[in-house]
Design a protein around this ligand. Structure first.
Ligand code: ADP
Ligand code: MG
Length: 481
């Protein structure tokens, strides 16, 4: 089934761009790029579905940059993205690669000053990237004209349809050239969206890389059950145990997000928030500080679930379970990108555990239950056994909370004594451990299904293990993003 992956040049990408790609350590096209670049270059309408983090951005940017005539001072390509953050990210990629060809890029993004964008539009940038709201506004005031736009891309197309409905999309498409090219992409393109898309497209090329496999194979999916009041404590343990370089913690409601942030900071976990209602400058600052490692936990609503590509994001936590399996796919898809390993952890109450079983079923990937006991991540049965073993020794240390460590390290038969982790960045916060237990105990990898061990702040030496064949050995020492 897998055909030999060609090089960018063989796909029709010119020298200037292939050289720019090399500069960022990108040599070999990913499968979706190999499949979708040629028809997009030909000007065909394309419907492209592939998992999160498989390189869909370049799969349209590269051929469309090739198709732009830099001599012609007109906006020729319009990319629509559902959120400000994603649109900004695409603008940066457009600038990065467009510069090599003398192509100008503009962001037409909500929340920012419209006046400045209108001013910049006068220079007729070749490539425009915008969010639906701002685009609608600029189109209705005729500040933006699409009459020279040959190609319109809907990145996260299903989300864009969900935001405004099919009529809204249609009105955004109106005004472009009659024979405009359409490119729609997402990791999740259900039959309804496909139906709507096909109505707008002409004889589209349908490119799907394992469309039935929505979750990336290299991401491990776990859940921890605890009582409602212990959710933050469980989160603290999860973060401490897995010790990620960076993590996103998803919540469902913006109105409690500040409270979660305050609790996490109180525990010394360096958290900040990202949600739709905060102003654009704050959103942009928070995200750029998160990318550059100024803080470790981004507490976010689903506004951060789509498309964001954040280097070093090793863990996604669903502090509230995702509203449906599609949301789960996109949230979890912030980690485990481009052949890297990822971990997605849901924290649920006993009454929410069924949601995990439902997602497992719907996504065809098991989300496995784990329990934390004595700082070790275990299969729940194993945790129960250890707990009861301990209870029989000391009747006072009963089973109070599935996620809680006992007051003292348990006697463990056959287990190597766990060592205090010297590298745990939160050692100083030990005294805040509600249970006074050995929260920074280093987990041992003995139990069969235990999650990844901690990395002690170091880079994973083996992060390419299991990466797709086409990507292995190709990895540049420097992170391309
Ligand atoms: P998607 O849109 O499918 O979620 P992105 O376009 O955001 O994925 O790409 C994910 C990451 O992979 C980005 O950091 C991007 O720079 C990188 N990337 C894209 N194409 C390649 C490639 N051919 N080889 C290596 N890395 C790539
Ligand atoms: Mg994307």
């Amino acid at each position: 089934m897998t055909k030999e992956i060609e090089q960018f040049a063989q796909l029709g990408i010119g020298e200037a761009l292939t050289a720019a790609l090399l500069e960022y350590g990108i040599e070999t096209p990913s499968p979706i790029q190999a499949e979708a670049i040629p028809p997009i270059l030909e000007g065909r309408d394309v419907l492209a579905q592939s998992q999160t983090g498989t390189g869909k951005t370049l799969c349209y940017l590269l051929p469309l940059l090739e198709r732009i005539d830099p001599e012609k001072k007109e906006t020729q390509v319009l990319v629509i993205a559902p959120t400000q953050e994603l649109a900004m990210q695409i603008v940066r990629e457009g600038e990065k690669y467009g510069a090599a060809l003398g192509i100008g890029t503009i962001g037409l993004i909500g929340g920012a000053s419209a006046a400045r964008q209108i001013e910049k539009l006068r220079q007729r940038p070749h490539l425009a990237v915008g969010t639906p709201g701002r685009l609608r506004e600029l189109l209705s005031t005729r500040k933006l004209k699409l009459h020279e736009v040959r190609t319109i891309v809907l990145d996260e197309a299903d989300q864009i349809f969900q935001m405004g409905g099919a009529d809204d999309v249609r009105s955004l498409l109106k005004g472009a050239l009659r024979d405009r090219q359409l490119v729609f992409l997402s990791a999740t393109l259900g039959p309804d969206v496909r139906g709507l898309a096909q109505r707008e497209m002409r004889d589209p090329v349908d490119v799907g890389i394992e469309p039935e496999q929505k979750l990336v194979k290299l991401t491990q999916h776990l859940y921890f059950e605890c009582q409602q009041r212990d959710r933050i404590d469980t989160l603290r343990r999860v973060v401490r145990h897995y010790n990620p370089e960076r993590a996103i913690v998803f919540v469902n409601q913006a109105d409690t997000i500040a409270e979660v942030e305050a609790k996490l900071n109180h525990l010394g976990l360096e958290a900040r928030t990202l949600y739709g209602d905060s102003d654009k400058v704050t959103r942009a600052t928070v995200l750029s500080q998160f990318r550059s490692g100024k803080f470790r936990l981004l507490v976010a609503t689903d506004v951060a679930a789509r498309g964001l590509d954040i280097p070093g994001l090793e863990l996604v936590v669903h502090l509230d379970p995702a509203t449906d399996s599609e949301h789960y796919v996109h949230r979890a898809g912030r980690t485990g990108r481009m052949g890297r390993k990822g971990l997605s952890v849901s924290i649920v109450t006993d009454r929410q555990a069924f949601i995990m079983r439902r997602f497992s079923r719907e996504l065809g990937t098991e989300i496995q239950e784990r329990a934390m006991y004595d700082g070790v991540v275990l299969d729940p049965a194993e945790a129960d056994e250890r707990r009861s073993r301990r209870t029989s020794k000391s009747p006072s240390a009963g089973r109070s909370d599935s996620a809680k460590a006992p007051a003292k390290p348990a006697a463990r038969s056959g287990a190597a004594p766990s060592a205090r982790s010297a590298e745990t960045p939160l050692d100083g916060a030990e005294r805040q451990g509600a249970d006074g237990g050995p929260a920074a105990v280093r987990p041992k990898p003995a139990a069969k299904p235990a999650g990844r061990g901690p990395k002690g702040g170091k880079k994973q030496p083996n992060k390419d293990k299991g990466a797709p064949k086409w990507l292995k050995d190709k990895r540049s020492p420097q992170d391309p993003s």
